[in-house]
Structure formats: C-alpha cells, structure tokens
Design a protein around this ligand. Sequence first.
Ligand SMILES: Nc1ncnc2c1ncn2[C@@H]1O[C@H](COP(=O)(O)OP(=O)(O)OP(=O)(O)O)[C@@H](O)[C@H]1O
Length: 252
Amino acid sequence: MTPLLELRGLGVRYKGAVAPALEGVDLDLAAGERLAIIGESGSGKSTLARAVAELLPQTVIQQGTVAWPGLDQKARNGRDIGFVFQDPASSLDPVMPVGDQVAEVAHANLDMDWRAARRLAVELLDRVRLPEPALLAQAYPHQLSGGQKQRVAIAAAIVARPRLLIADEATSALDTIVQAEIMALISALVAEDGMALLFVSHDIALAANLADRVAVFRHGRLVEQAATAELVSQPRTDYSRALLAAHLGLHA
Ligand SMILES: Nc1ncnc2c1ncn2[C@@H]1O[C@H](COP(=O)(O)OP(=O)(O)OP(=O)(O)O)[C@@H](O)[C@H]1O
C-alpha cells in the first residue's frame, strides 16, 4: 500500500553542532496510522516532527528525503499537516481572540471568507469540547486554562482537515488529569477524521496507549520500530527494554 509519508535517509545537523540530531532515518507512515515517536531527551524526536512539517530553521543541513506519496501535492502546514506543540501558550497569539486564530487557519487553507471561517471556528471549538464555544471564541488566550488553550491549538490544527496530525509532546505541560483528557480528545478526533497521527513523547506508556506502532529513537537514530503490543511485550533492543523498565520502575 502507498504510504502517506515516506522518510528516506533523513539526516539533520543544526548549525555549529558537533553531532547530527538525526541520521539515516528510514520511516513510513500509512494513511490513518497512529505512530508514536519515543526516546529520551535529545534523541531527535522533535527534530523529526519539525523536519516532516518543514519547520526546521533555515540554517540546518538536511539530508535524505521527506516524500508524500499519499498526497497529490506537496504537503502544506495547516492544510495537510496539523501541528500541536508542547506549550499552547507560545503557539497562540496573545492579542487575538482564540476563535479568530482557528478561523484564520480555515480562511488561509480552505478558501473560505471570514464569516464562514468564524462559523467553522465555533464548530471546531465545540468539537474539541470547549464549553459555550460561541462565547469562548471571543476570549483571549490568557483567559483560558492550559488545557483549554491546548484544545484551541488542537482545533486550529485540525480545522482544515489535514491528513496528518503531529502532536509534539502536546500533553507534557499539562497536569495528569488534563493530560488524560487531551489524549482522549486527540484519539477521538483522529479516529473521527481518519487522520494519521505522529505522536511524539518521551513517555512510553502514553505512547503505547495511543499508537498502533512505535518508533524508538536514540542519539538521532531509529533503533527499533514495531507494532505497539509487540514492542511492549517483546522489545528487541536493550534500549527499548531500558525505556520500558524505567517506566515500570516509576510505577512500582
Ligand atoms: N534549534 C536548535 N539548534 C541547535 N541544536 C538543536 C536545536 N534543536 C535541537 N537541537 C539539538 O538536537 C538534538 C535533538 O534535539 P530534539 O529536540 O530533536 O530532541 P528530542 O528527542 O525532541 O528532545 P526533548 O524530548 O528534550 O524535546 C539535541 O542534541 C538538541 O540539543
């Protein structure tokens, strides 16, 4: 089957860095598939997510290819890719009502006039289960809780019905209960819209709950990829075993 996304020999080196942040990564993502990218801090997870969405600084040296065999055109952020960042406060504009921030993405990517885009934004705020969406659309980010802000960011990410949603540590800045709620929301939205999901996390348990397949990174290299159940029950590398053991240790 034709994958939605195909990475071949992907390498990234930041300007002035001694070691590459990513090296020789070959990875496919099928349409509608949920893939978790896990690994310890600094293993290259965010770099991979940003390379896919072309969000890396211009100064990086990039090798290999990021191809979209499952799309008719070059993937565009906002339209084909929705990106949810770790910190919702920094991904939202502090001086723009949140409804307009969602509407702006619809206006820019769906060839929609502002009136229709604002109406769609309210629908999206409702879809991400925000209370009184028509009223909340007028609010500014500082008037919302962290979890509510992340819901707005998710609404903006999916308003153009992208084929891929990238969540880069999207729940890491939230407390445990809100984290579980946002995870459930992402899971439901991805299923409803048939989006593929690239879920970046350092938390193997979170990833395992959500993903069909897990790709494990270490020092910029893909060390193992497997179906989630297989990775959890029979990890093939010592590193994956260590990640699992560290998680079990925490809960013991
Ligand atoms: N903008 C940047 N400029 C220079 N080096 C960078 C930049 N962003 C990341 N790096 C380096 O690239 C490597 C990979 O970082 P990356 O953020 O992709 O890892 P990560 O696995 O997502 O880590 P974390 O879980 O801590 O976010 C690290 O050594 C990091 O210091």
